[in-house]
Ligand binder design. Structure first.
Ligand SMILES: NC(=O)c1ccc[n+]([C@@H]2O[C@H](COP(=O)([O-])OP(=O)(O)OC[C@H]3O[C@@H](n4cnc5c(N)ncnc54)[C@H](O)[C@@H]3O)[C@@H](O)[C@H]2O)c1
Length: 354
């Protein structure tokens, strides 16, 4: 029988159950709560309320909908009295209340297409958003503060540092076409650590590596939703340039396990890679894998980079997960084929492909 993405998400509860008890009766504030990952974080909190917590947690979810969607596609939370959705911009501090126990700063422009289109919003949402939330933390004294940085802070890593550990300082341009994203994430990491050093703010930083799954819409323009939409539409899959760039892909439910472990049990002032370290595949191989699963005659097609895509993309990307595995017992469980099949099932239904 076909399972829903919410049912798949429920399978992570045993892995986070123990630390999740810390959320009993607490309030969680999340920025970017209507984005791809925010939607899953809210749905995980809903499942924890339903299945694990003896006293439910309360959630305040802020989003300006620059790329996010009001409706949570996993579960309808509009009428759940434990969830409060605020249409506001995290750059504005007036929308923030000090009665919070956990703060998650996930607002941002995550897709290269959108950060090229909105470079100033990208910089400000990371830095000013974090500054507001860190200032709030000085009053609210949360138990934990989680910032969503990115694997992009490593830039185009020296191959000697792939798989890339948290200690790698990065190979990044401050004035290149991707700088608005990479450098604002880097400075926000610095800002978080300064608040930790000066005020004892319990900050944790995650650097996600290409998370994907149901709910990522084709208008997001990241690689997997683009390939799935084109493929299901029986178009060939546009592989940028020679297609030799590598990535690793982490299914979203695995990412949620890592995110909740870091939020609830991570060490303050520490940074954690989150992703799946296997397989590191080229974009041509990814396209071929998707064509094989779809089995509808579509093929990978090499194409020049489109003008809408920021130049200078990293050639390799693969996380060293030793730290999060050994410190927090994180293990990714969903392999690429299974994750792609689940994503394809959602795409078929969402966009009415036969
Ligand atoms: N998904 C990944 O693979 C990945 C990888 C690395 C880093 N990240 C980071 O994780 C976070 C979440 O990523 P995602 O994939 O859910 O991205 P997303 O674009 O789907 O969601 C981000 C959300 O933030 C909202 N937002 C943007 N600016 C805002 C502002 N100023 N005020 C309020 N809301 C604002 C958007 O409307 C959107 O709903 C981002 O910060 C992203 O940079 C994600």
């Amino acid at each position: 029988m076909k399972q829903s993405p919410l049912t798949h998400l429920e399978t992570i509860l045993p892995d986070i159950k123990k630390e999740a008890r810390k959320l009993e009766g607490k309030t969680v504030l999340i920025s970017g709560g209507s984005g791809f990952l925010g939607t899953y974080i809210n749905a995980t909190l809903y499942l924890l309320n339903k299945k694990v917590l003896r006293k439910k947690c309360r959630v305040v979810s802020i989003d300006n909908y620059i790329t996010g969607f009001r409706k949570n596609f996993l579960v309808d939370l509009e009428n759940d009295k434990n969830f409060h959705f605020v249409h506001s911009d995290i750059r504005l501090s007036s929308s923030l209340h000090d009665d919070v126990d956990y703060i998650i700063h996930a607002a941002g422009l995550a897709s290269p297409y959108y950060y090229k289109k909105y470079p100033l919003d990208t910089i400000e949402s990371a830095i000013l958003g974090a500054k507001n939330l860190l200032e709030l933390s000085r009053i609210a004294k949360p138990r934990s503060f989680l910032f969503f940085s990115s694997s992009e802070i490593y830039g185009d890593p020296d191959p000697a540092h792939v798989p890339t550990p948290e200690t790698y300082a990065g190979h990044v341009s401050s004035i290149g076409p991707r700088a608005c994203y990479d450098e604002s994430k880097r400075l926000t990491e610095t800002l978080c650590l300064v608040y930790h050093q000066l005020y004892g703010t319990p900050v944790k930083i995650v650097r996600p590596f290409n998370i994907y799954g149901p709910g990522m819409r084709h208008t997001d323009y990241r690689v997997i939703p683009t390939f799935l939409y084109k493929g299901l539409n029986k178009e060939n899959l546009p592989v940028h340039d020679k297609g030799n760039q590598t990535r690793t892909f982490c299914y979203v439910t695995d990412a949620m396990t890592g995110i909740f472990k870091v939020l609830l049990s991570g060490k303050s002032g520490e940074v954690y890679n989150i992703g799946n370290d296997k397989p590191e595949i080229t974009m041509y191989e990814l396209a071929s894998t998707i064509c094989t699963i779809l089995n509808n005659g579509t093929k990978p097609r090499k194409k020049p980079y489109p003008a809408s895509y920021p130049a200078g993309e990293p050639q390799r990307r693969c996380p060293d997960l030793a730290k999060i595995k050994s410190h927090l017992g994180y293990t990714p469980r969903v392999d690429l084929k299974e994750g792609l099949e689940r994503s394809i099932a959602w795409f078929r239904e969402e966009y009415n492909f036969k």
